[in-house]
Design a protein around this ligand. Structure first.
Ligand code: XIL
Length: 634
């Protein structure tokens, strides 16, 4: 176990030393990434649909009734199902392993009632379609344009590839405008920082949940460098492995397990039985109707469960050492603590008993886990404890309890998390942290365009505290897995609402965050070596010849008075500014504070905005100096 804190130099001396170090510091080895490259940009101003077509018998047409910019947009009408909508062929356009940013503006046609719209990708290998969400469901109103944006990485060869705009169910007509497809050349991963797996080796292996995209390029390098194990995030779930009865699909699972084997990494299998991502056919009776609770239906459902587990577990054999056999079966609001899933309604507890028994038969060497979220919440924890105790007493082969640990920067307490671990220890089962991430949001109402630096610092301290706890309980914990590799791809971007979250240890450019340092070297939380004391978010919306910019600077240290300088690449001119005072000499711009926003607290931010003119491409500046020091650009 490492000591929590060793020596404490006097604060003043430390600050002076840090200042000196910052002054002497050479520019960071990894140069700032160059700006985004635009692959496609569709404003429909040339009077054509620019390659967009309808998905079904709906229609798309250029319209001048509404336009976000210019005089035209694309109207989608005659939709008869949620999945209808405008679509664009991308086969041959997307390169494998490159993370693309998609952006489009949508607006409901006049008279339509408010609904949500989203952006998705359809890919096919052979004739098998798969659907990936690029931008989650976002409220679209009649009177305003709404942006749908998200990233997507093509991870393997496909025979068909399109992007499309759809709704969950509504058939409202809508307009789209200003579609762009861009990518930013990736920054190299840091090779001068300790590998997480080495730092944690004395305590437990560390894993990450992944998709195939995370095994490619710089993502694959980051994964192999820092992690001991992988968990396929979706590829082993029922909807992925047996979408229709008897039709087993293992291409994604095989690819991920192959990556694990190639890099000497262990694999956690997730998950055999769940109430989500299970196709509806599983719960249809012999005549294709939804099952009612009868002995025949119970027998049919358990036989399907038996066949599924034998096929999936049997397929991977020894390559998967641990399985989440059942997932999220507890509901503490029920007197008996058992979730009223279709599984429970139709079989009672027998689906759990069958799943463990069959998994043990199919993979006698694998460790078999029961996995759940909010297991720190005392009411839920105790119901899970009671169930595991009962199953063990019955002789059901449960080897371990998985704590998902989807937490936030302020919840739960470390003490409650410690009580969670201590509660299960006497049962003699192994415990694993299976899906840890830490939202930067307090509740569903918050949404930040860029993460405030103080939240990221708090997150760093909270990761430190949680991992200190895990290390202190390393005799109880068999492994710790994070639910994702880096902040550029996290399920929390669309759950519980659509907004960008930053819950992991590496940022959207795969660089170490305070959260990483919280685990590796807490003294560096606010001062990552090789990193910068400031971050700049530069956001614009432009129109022909003009643009508006919002610039947010976050400072790791407290300042009383600031300047921010940058160079425009494209002959842009600032014409009007607020919350800052500017001077511009040709391409060189320097902004200084107003008297009222001179002070920034440590970890705090300041924003200013301006109007500008441009010609050419209006590329964003890629380097900023804050009080003379280079900043990270986010
Ligand atoms: C999530 C995946 O990460 C998403 O891609 C998918 O859309 C939904 O499921 N608890 C679990 C995981 O046990 O399986 C979930 O994974 C996250 C919550």
């Amino acid at each position: 176990m490492r000591p929590r804190q060793t020596t404490r130099t006097s604060t003043v001396a430390a600050v002076l030393l840090a200042l000196l170090a910052a002054l002497l510091a050479a520019p960071p080895a990894a140069a700032a990434a160059s700006g985004p490259v635009t692959v496609l940009s569709h404003g429909f101003e040339d009077g054509t649909t620019q390659g967009w077509t309808p998905r079904a018998s709906d229609s798309v047409a250029v319209s001048t009734a509404l336009a976000r910019t210019g005089a035209a947009s694309l109207a989608s009408t005659g939709r008869t199902a949620g999945w209808n909508g405008p679509t664009l062929d991308l086969l041959g356009t997307l390169e494998q392993g490159t993370r693309y940013t998609f952006s489009v503006y949508v607006r409901l046609a006049p008279g339509e009632s408010a609904t949500t719209l989203r952006m998705s990708v359809e890919r096919r290998s052979g004739s098998t379609p798969s659907y990936d969400q690029v931008a989650g469901s976002t409220n679209a109103g009649e009177g305003a344009w709404t942006q749908l944006t998200g990233t997507y990485t093509l991870a393997h060869d496909v025979d068909f590839l399109t992007v499309y705009i759809e709704s969950a169910s509504a058939t409202a007509a809508f307009h789209v405008d200003d579609f762009t497809l861009t990518y930013t050349p990736p920054r190299p991963i840091q090779t001068d920082i300790p590998a997480l797996k080495d730092v944690l080796a004395p305590h437990f292996p560390i894993g990450a949940a992944i998709t195939r995209a995370e095994t490619l390029g710089v993502h694959g390098e980051l994964l192999a460098r820092h992690f001991d194990s992988v968990t396929p995030g979706n590829a082993l779930k029922w909807d992925a492995t047996q979408p229709t009865e008897g039709d087993f699909r293992f291409a994604d699972g095989d690819a991920l397990i192959g990556y694990g084997a190639e890099h000497g990494m262990a694999v956690r299998g997730h998950t055999l039985v769940w109430h989500n991502q299970t196709p509806s056919w599983v719960f249809d009776d012999a005549s294709g109707e939804p099952m009612t609770a009868t002995p025949e239906n119970k027998a049919l459902l358990l036989s399907r469960l038996d066949a599924h587990i034998r096929a999936v577990v049997g397929h991977f054999g020894d390559a998967i050492g641990t399985w989440d056999v059942v997932n999220e079966v507890i509901d503490e609001s029920q007197g008996d603590g058992l979730r009223r899933s279709r599984w429970f309604e139709l079989t009672g507890l027998d689906y759990i008993r069958t799943a463990f028994r069959v998994a043990r038969e199919a993979a006698p060497e694998a460790k078999l886990f029961i996995n759940d979220y909010n297991t720190n919440v005392p009411a839920k924890r105790d119901k899970l404890h009671a169930l595991v105790a009962q199953l063990l007493a019955e002789g059901v082969p449960v080897d371990g309890v998985g704590h998902q640990m989807h937490v936030t920067f302020e919840w739960p307490s470390v003490a409650e998390t410690g009580e969670m671990l201590d509660r299960f220890a006497p049962l003699g089962v192994e415990q694993q942290i299976t899906e840890m991430d830490m939202s930067v949001y307090r509740d569903s109402g918050e949404s930040f365009p860029t993460p405030p630096a103080d939240r990221l610092l708090t997150q760093g301290h909270r990761y430190q505290a949680m991992f200190d706890l895990f290390r202190a309980h390393d005799d109880q914990i068999g492994s710790v897995t994070l639910w994702g590799l880096a902040d550029d791809s996290t399920w929390l971007d669309t759950f519980p609402v659509t907004r960008k979250d930053h819950p992991l240890l590496f940022d959207t450019e795969l660089q170490a965050k305070p959260a990483y340092w919280g685990i590796v070297d807490p003294g560096q939380i606010g001062n990552p070596p090789g990193g910068q004391g400031c971050t700049v978010a530069y956001r614009t919306s432009s129109w022909q010849g003009g643009f508006q910019a919002t610039v947010t600077v976050t400072s790791a240290t407290a300042v009383a008075g600031w300047s921010l300088a940058w160079t425009f690449a494209d002959g842009q001119r600032v014409t009007q500014m607020w919350n800052g005072r500017r001077t511009q000499n040709d391409a060189e711009v320097t902004v200084v504070n107003e008297p009222y926003n001179a002070v920034i607290a440590a970890g705090g931010s300041v924003s200013f905005g301006f109007l500008g003119s441009w010609s050419g491409t209006n590329a964003s500046p890629t380097a900023f100096r804050f009080n003379g020091t280079a900043c990270a650009v986010v």
